[in-house]
Write a protein that binds this ligand. Structure first.
Ligand SMILES: O=C(CO)[C@H](O)[C@H](O)COP(=O)(O)O
Length: 228
């Protein structure tokens, strides 16, 4: 089943609790995608551990924290303690990704690793069993509202092949420029978790946008599985 995770990067940061509610409810957001940026790993600055702690108290939607930060080996465990249900670190930033994934899992969250558009998936094949989710970035991380990068589609396909070849349960997430006009290509390529910021929070009815994106992804994903 396709999962839709609205990115709070495109929401009103002064009203995060209400913004979480706007995407909740029946058939609403599966997870809330929380973009953590440190102005070092990416050229933008957002929020940190205290905001995640507050968000955890403000919503029942589980938190999917995407750490676009340097030194995730040091910080990721703190996001689990703050209440994240899933913590994503970047392959390009982690010093010891296997140890870090194990630590995140041991603390009780889902462990996830992200790849920037130019980072190949193949070198990480043996590491995949240590993960609960792989995030293939479909824009350069740092900002919401960017155009989807088609060049990432072959990598989504290759990641799906590796996951299936090894019989793994891990989820394959895409993030960046995911909208009504790009989600089907991602789903056909094999993604099953979709982060959408502007396509959800820029819509008149964000909860309806979540439902509509999920329906599109499910239909295209089923067609993609049939074709393979
Ligand atoms: O990680 C991100 C940027 O680094 C955001 O989650 C992503 O870009 C979502 O925004 P949009 O759907 O508007 O592209």
């Amino acid at each position: 089943m396709a999962q839709i995770n609205p990115s709070i990067l495109s929401s009103d940061f002064a009203r995060l609790a209400e913004e979480a509610q706007r995407v909740g409810g029946p058939e609403g957001a599966d997870w809330l995608h929380v973009d953590v940026m440190d102005n070092h790993f990416v050229p933008n600055l957002t929020l940190g551990v205290p905001v995640v702690e507050s968000l955890r108290r403000a919503t029942d939607i589980p938190l999917d924290c995407h750490l676009m930060i340097e030194d995730p080996d040091r910080w990721a465990p703190q996001y689990v303690e703050a209440g994240a249900g899933s913590v994503t670190f970047h392959a390009e930033a982690a010093a010891a990704p296997v140890r870090l994934a194990r630590e995140i899992r041991a603390k009780g969250a889902r462990a996830s690793m992200a790849l920037k558009p130019a980072t190949p998936v193949e070198p990480y094949e043996d590491l995949l069993p240590e993960l609960d989710m792989l995030l293939v970035m479909t824009v350069e991380p740092g900002f919401g509202g960017q155009a989807f990068l088609d060049v990432t589609l072959p990598k989504i396909r290759r990641a799906r092949q590796l996951i299936d070849r090894h019989g793994l349960e891990l989820w394959l997430q895409v993030d960046g420029g995911v909208s009504a006009s790009t989600i089907e290509r991602c789903a056909e390529a094999g993604a099953d978790v979709f982060v959408a910021g502007s396509a959800v929070y820029g819509a008149e009815d964000p909860a309806a946008a979540v439902r509509s994106l999920r329906a599109q992804a499910e239909q295209a994903g089923a067609a993609g599985r049939h074709a393979h």
